[in-house]
Design a protein around this ligand. Sequence first.
Ligand code: GMT
Length: 380
Amino acid sequence: MRIGIVCYPTFGGSGVVATELGIALAKKGHKVHFITYSQPTRLDFFNENLYYHEVDIRTYPLFEYPPYELALASTLVNVIQYENLDLLHVHYAIPHASAAYMAKQILKTSDREIPVITTLHGTDITLVGKDASYEPVVTFSINASDGITAVSRDLREDTFKHFKVTKDIEVIPNFIDLERFKKQKKDHFKTAICPDGEKLIVHTSNFRKVKRVEDVVKIFSNIRQHIKAKLLLVGDGPERSHIESLSRDLDICDDVRFLGKLEAVEEVLSVADLFVMPSEKESFGLAALEAMACEVPVISSNTGGLPELMINGKTGFMSDVGNVEEMSANALLVLSDENLPKFKLQALQRAKEFDVENILPLYEDYYNEIVEISQRTIVR
Ligand code: GMT
């Protein structure tokens, strides 16, 4: 199949899932065309089945905000036509689903049909999308898609709750490439960070408010009152300076390191003992799955799709959002020398269920179904 993929090319979870999906599809022989405003972070190698089309955003003194959506729609029209795509798969509804709708309508004027699948990832529904400033367009463009997927049952329910969606939504969870995300031997790295055998806690995110990084630091401060530990914070974003000043207030700066945006996050996870994800909302929790694949147990909130990934008491523990005390106590339980090996193993066992090999066929089957329905409709 010739598939177009539209996504955010950045470090965010939706972009990572879209890129990894495209890579896995290409490995199976599909021709995959990425259409984005810059090269997706993980698309940094050559594969004969992978193509990249950059959206050219022309600016003009009149534009305070260059109209990205129009530039994307125009690029989509060209790529669909000239690369003869069979299907367009857009990740994150805003503004990709409405740009896809516009491209579809333009192509219809020359009798060219293209089925569109929109994958809902989380904040496009739970935060930004349901805001009155975007809601009508999001509702319309989701309903105008030929197929809709969500990354968890919880996100599917949230979508029905907040939007008047008239079509069914297929749930296809996030997945992991276990060839890449696996525990690597990085003893020198561990010794450098934890010279006195400290336990290593890791958090990765885009440091937005929804991630509650403040809770990560508070949990770490509580842990450190009982055992020797270090905290590595991977990623960057608006909350960063606030977190730095909180670390100073809590007098834990010597044990906290900010690593910034790292591509090889699996190297850090390989030496971690615990991953902390206390998010306000998390439609799936891809970062937690990446940790589990590297044999790292997780302390998380019980929000959104996390209960569909985590097994409480096995892969780690879940608590109510903001319950820092319980999360700290559970973290100490997991980190104890007698419990840690068992939790590490159980985290890996669970991660294996989300192996890309298991999840990719769900996307392929759904693609075939949507393309078939679309062809039947055209014949009529
Ligand atoms: O908010 C983020 O972490 C980024 C966001 C995105 O859309 O780029 O991530 C969302 O999509 C991921 C991939 O499907 C999910 O694993 C994350 O749980 C989800 N984030 C939230 O719901 C906050």
